[in-house]
Design a binder for this molecule. Structure first.
Ligand code: BJW
Ligand code: ZN
Length: 224
C-alpha cells in the first residue's frame, strides 16, 4: 500500500517548535503572509536573517516527539511505499530516523545562493551576509520557500499523490496552497484520505476521516 504523509507545523508543536497560525505563533504581531515573502527579505534582509538565525538556534535545543518517531517506525515497516512530504523547515523527521522526506518549503539548515542557485548546508554561524562557497558571491539567503515562490519537488509530489492508496495530513491548518490542495488531488486519483490535527482545518470536510487531538498521541495510535 502506497502512503503519502503531509506534515505541517502541528507535528513539531509538542517538540516546542512554535506553529504559524496558533495564538503563540511565529512572526508575533505580523501575518505570516505579509512577512514570509521575497519582498520582505529585499526590504529588510538583516531582520529576516536574524529571525531565521534565532529559529536555527532554537532547533538545536528541541527533539523529535512521538509523532515523528511513529512515522520513522512506519517507514521501517513499509520502506519505499511511504513518502513524507513536510512543509516544515526543521529537521525533526530526519532526526527521528525518516529517510524519505521531501521538504517542500525548504530547510532551516540549508542556504540558497541567489547568484548561482546552489543549495549549501548552513554550517554554524556564517555571519549575517555570508559568501557562497560555490561562487564566492555574498548572496546567500535562507533556503526556504516564501509566498509567491514555487515549492520544491512539486513534480515528485504529484506523482506520489497520484499513485497513493492512502493520503494522511498531520498538523497543518490547510491555509497555504499548494499543500492545502493535496487532499483533493489525492482524492481525484482514488486515495483514501485521513486528517490528524488538533482542531478542524480549513479543508477537514474534504477528508474521508478527520481525527482531532495531539499529533503525539494520534500519530502513534494510527501507525500501531
Ligand atoms: C496541532 C498541534 C498538535 C497545533 N498536534 N496538531 C489564493 C488562493 C490559493 C492560493 C493562493 C491565493 N493567493 C496566494 C496563493 C498562493 C499562496 C497561498 O497559499 N496563499 C494563502 C495565504 C492563500 N501560496 C504560495 O505562494 C506558495 N507558492 C505557490 O503557490 O507557488 C505557485 C505554484 C505552486 C505549485 C506549482 C507551481 C506554482 C508558497 C507558499 C510558501 C509558504 N511558506 C511558509 C514559510 C516557510 C518558511 C518558514 O518556515 O519561515 O511555509 S508560510 C508557513 O505556512 C510555512 C508553513 O509551512 C505553511 C503552512 O503552515 P502550517 O504548517 O499549516 O502551520 P499552521 O500554523 O498554519 O497550522 C498548524 C496546525 O497544526 C493548526 O491547524 C493547529 O491546530 C495544528 N496543531 N498543535 C496536532 N500538538
Ligand atoms: Zn553561489
Amino acid at each position: 500500500m502506497k502512503i503519502v504523509v503531509l506534515t505541517g507545523a502541528g507535528i513539531s508543536a509538542e517538540s516546542g517548535v512554535p506553529t504559524f497560525r496558533d495564538a503563540d505563533g511565529l512572526w508575533e504581531g505580523h501575518r505570516v503572509e505579509d512577512v514570509a515573502t521575497p519582498e520582505a527579505y529585499d526590504a529588510q534582509p538583516a531582520v529576516v536573517h536574524r529571525f531565521y538565525d534565532a529559529r536555527r538556534a532554537a532547533l538545536a535545543a528541541v527533539e523529535p516527539n512521538p509523532a515523528h518517531h511513529a512515522l520513522a517506525r512506519l517507514e521501517e515497516h513499509v520502506g519505499d511505499d511511504l513518502l513524507v512530504v513536510t512543509q516544515n523547515i526543521d529537521d525533526l523527521h530526519e532526526r527521528a530516523g525518516s529517510a524519505r522526506v521531501l521538504h517542500m518549503h525548504g530547510e532551516l539548515l540549508s542556504a540558497l545562493c541567489r547568484a548561482c542557485t546552489d543549495r549549501v548546508r548552513w554550517a554554524g554561524d556564517l555571519g549575517e551576509f555570508p559568501a557562497c562557497p560555490s561562487c564566492g558571491v555574498s548572496a546567500l539567503r535562507p533556503d526556504v520557500v516564501w509566498f509567491g515562490e514555487i515549492p520544491y519537488g512539486m513534480g515528485d509530489i504529484q506523482d506520489a499523490l497520484a499513485e497513493a492508496d492512502l493520503f494522511v495530513s498531520i498538523g497543518t491548518s490547510g491555509a497555504v496552497y499548494p499543500a492545502a490542495g493535496f487532499v483533493q488531488y489525492a482524492l481525484g486519483h482514488g486515495a483514501r484520505t485521513l486528517e490528524l490535527n488538533l482542531q478542524p482545518s480549513e479543508v477537514s470536510l474534504l477528508f474521508h476521516e478527520s481525527r482531532q487531538g495531539l499529533a503525539g498521541e494520534l500519530v502513534p495510535a494510527w501507525v500501531e
